[in-house]
Design a protein around this ligand. Structure first.
Ligand SMILES: Nc1ncnc2c1ncn2[C@@H]1O[C@H](COP(=O)(O)OP(=O)(O)O)[C@@H](O)[C@H]1O
Ligand SMILES: [Mg+2]
Length: 241
């Protein structure tokens, strides 16, 4: 807290802790496959402060991806509470959820899911593409800024196949950022990259975090996790620490 904000706080009042931007309370989620149920989340609570970088670590199958999918609204929880910026996501309408997915929330995965027949710039523009409506000059400018932000200003014309694995992931990050997101969810973003390339992607995520975005990242890499503000450990569908 800066001196100015401390000085302006009313006398005798404890400094306010910033309210979480995203909060999950006692969230559960089960899957049934071939008649066998699996409880992937058994009652998980997690909150993310504005601008915080949280890492989620844990063994394979511990529920990390399920948690990230629930937090980012890709999956609905079976029970528990989930809220974003005061909006109850378990009661939100489809329109409200869609507005978040196209606005404040950005998601990247282990594999980049770029479209192979579109250039890096066109892939970055994808979130703006709606039906046959052409993208505007301002949207194109924004996409170019994002490509520059990820260090690919000169490679916008290339197809994904003409880029390295790390560059492809950086295009996916540019695409995630183009809508001016407030939270970036990343599921093993370095999982398919060699360690040198993974380190450059992590460096970029660190810069994006410094720019003010909250980041929630699942990773297997303890060293990368230690770069974040807080590490959440999952074991068998629960937060272990
Ligand atoms: N779509 C699904 N259908 C059936 N079971 C699933 C599905 N997704 C995840 N699971 C199961 O839920 C548990 C947690 O999975 P997941 O969240 O992917 O773990 P992690 O990301 O930590 O490896 C695992 O037992 C997994 O097999
Ligand atoms: Mg996973």
């Amino acid at each position: 807290m800066t001196e100015a904000t401390t000085a302006s706080a009313p006398l005798g009042t404890a400094p306010l802790l910033e309210a979480p931007i995203l909060e999950a309370v006692d969230v559960t989620k089960s899957f049934t496959q071939d008649g066998t149920p699996t409880q992937a989340l058994k009652g998980v609570s997690l909150s993310v402060a504005p601008g915080e970088f949280v890492s989620i670590v844990g063994r394979s199958g511990s529920g990390k991806s399920t948690l990230l999918s629930v937090l980012s609204t890709l999956l609905r929880p079976d029970s528990g509470q989930l809220s974003y910026n005061g909006l109850d996501l378990t009661r939100a309408t489809e329109a409200e959820i869609n507005a978040l997915r196209h606005g404040d929330f950005a998601v990247i995965f282990q594999f980049h899911y770029l479209l192979p027949y579109l250039t890096a710039l066109e892939n970055t523009l994808l979130p703006f593409m709606r039906g046959l409506r052409p993208v505007s000059g301002a949207q194109r400018k924004r996409a170019l800024e994002c490509l520059e932000r990820v260090g690919l200003a000169d490679k916008g014309h290339r197809l994904p196949g003409q880029l390295s694995g790390g560059e492809q992931q950086r295009v996916a990050i540019a695409r995630a950022l183009v809508k001016d997101a407030r939270i970036l969810f990343a599921d093993e973003p370095t999982g398919s990259l060699d360690s040198a390339t993974g380190a450059t992607v992590m460096e970029l995520l660190g810069q994006i975090h410094k720019d003010g975005l909250s980041v929630v990242m699942v990773t297997h890499n303890e060293q990368y996790a230690s770069l974040s503000d807080r590490v959440v450990r999952m074991a068998d569908g629960l937060v272990a620490g």
